[in-house]
Design a protein around this ligand. Structure first.
Ligand SMILES: Nc1ncnc2c1ncn2[C@@H]1O[C@H](COP(=O)(O)OP(=O)(O)OP(=O)(O)O)[C@@H](O)[C@H]1O
Length: 259
């Protein structure tokens, strides 16, 4: 079943094994429309694999993903119009200019009036001066902004972002976060962001899903997590979690605070 009222993301028993490695291990979570959720975890925790399964790019070994109610493995194209993603690990064809790349994607997404739409997102992300340059000649930060422009082309209701500010200087990163926040608010869009930047997560996310070794170890608001671990920042909570401490056993944790 797929429909306007269905949740943007539902994962049930979602599992991915690569040979003997279980990258993602029975994840159960839903994402509410209009929320911004951060997917956190140390290197190799399973974030990218999870996002790839939500996009229908890799098939789960077990379990299922529903995007707006549709099973992505069987019905990817039904939901493709309503979602998009950005990842620094996906390179656009290098020899094409930025404009040519965006035209190709506009065609894939079936966007009417592609030229005007491209001009609109280019203005939004301030990449107008890059449009006629070969994509391969851009700096890492410029490519990131072009990748975001591609991700916004179809005005997605669901946007999956893998390290959206990884290669950006602090000023540009801050600017991109503001753009994402404004986009989510204006469009009523749902965002899922994999990030290692805890400041970013505290600023953007309503909720944090923390993975360790492919499993969900926390699923809470940033504020509730900080309180439960008795910490000052989400970064401290993250360190507790990746080092295997629970809220109750964290050195400055809630139990001690409560006593
Ligand atoms: N194609 C693959 N073949 C084999 N193993 C893989 C493959 N993709 C991922 N893995 C393994 O799955 C696990 C999860 O990897 P994944 O890339 O999802 O982690 P991540 O949380 O995104 O990590 P990072 O923060 O380093 O990007 C790792 O142990 C990784 O080595």
């Amino acid at each position: 079943m797929s429909g306007a009222g269905a949740l943007p993301v539902v994962a049930r028993g979602l599992t991915k094994r690569f040979g003997s490695v279980t990258a993602v291990d029975h994840l159960d979570f839903c994402i509410e429309a209009g929320s911004t959720v951060a997917l956190l975890g140390g290197n190799g925790a399973g974030k990218t694999t999870t996002i790839a399964m939500l996009l229908g790019l890799i098939r789960p070994s077990a379990g299922e993903v529903r995007i707006f109610g549709a099973d992505v493995t069987r019905n990817r194209y039904a939901v493709a119009q309503r979602m998009n993603f950005q990842s620094p690990y996906v390179d656009l064809p290098q020899r094409l200019t930025v404009r040519q790349n965006l035209m190709v994607y506009a065609g894939l997404y079936g966007i009417a009036n592609a030229r005007a739409r491209i001009a609109g997102v280019a203005a939004q992300l301030q990449i107008e001066t890059l449009l006629d340059r070969p994509t391969g000649k851009l700096s890492a930060g410029q490519k990131t902004r072009v990748g975001l422009a591609k991700a916004l082309l179809n005005a997605p209701e669901l946007l999956l972002l893998d390290e959206p500010t990884a290669s950006l200087d602090p000023d540009t990163a801050d600017w991109v976060r503001q753009k994402l926040k404004a986009y989510a608010a204006e469009r009523g869009a749902t965002l899922l962001i994999a990030s290692h930047n805890m400041t970013e997560v505290e600023r953007l996310a309503d909720r944090v899903i923390l993975l360790r070794a492919g499993r969900i170890v926390e699923d809470e608001t940033p504020r509730a997590l900080i309180a439960a671990y008795g910490r000052e920042t989400l970064e401290d909570v993250f360190l507790d979690v990746v080092r295997g401490r629970s809220a109750a056993t964290a050195p400055d944790g809630a139990e001690r605070k409560a006593s």
